[in-house]
Write a new protein. Sequence first.
Length: 142
Amino acid sequence: MNLVILANLSEISRYSHGYGSTTFVILLVSFLGILAAVGAIIFVVERLMRTPNPAEQQQNEPLLTTLAREHGLTPAEVKFIESLAVKLELPAVELLFVDPAFWMDSLQGEQGENPQARSAMAKLFGEETVAEYTSGQVTANA
């Protein structure tokens, strides 16, 4: 029995001389593949951790600036709106964007109609509203 086992081992060793280097190459390639996969996972996780939050990227700007940009107001009109808010002692400038009644006194100035007030009000509320306020159809109490 021992002779049969030795014969089989001898037969195996005769044919297996070329397989030793193949096994080494397969193990080496497998190790490098696992290393590359772990490296790729680390790279992806690092990129995800480094990506800033959308909330951190958001830049806050004053509401007046946003409203002025959306309504197409010129810097001169924005300055006029700010001065009108100070004159009316409003707690927030943005209140002028809500109610056209705040604009009543500014439409008719001491020298006649104020073109800056009219153009700003037209951009905010529409030409029809400005026409109603300048023609006297709307009273200050309405």
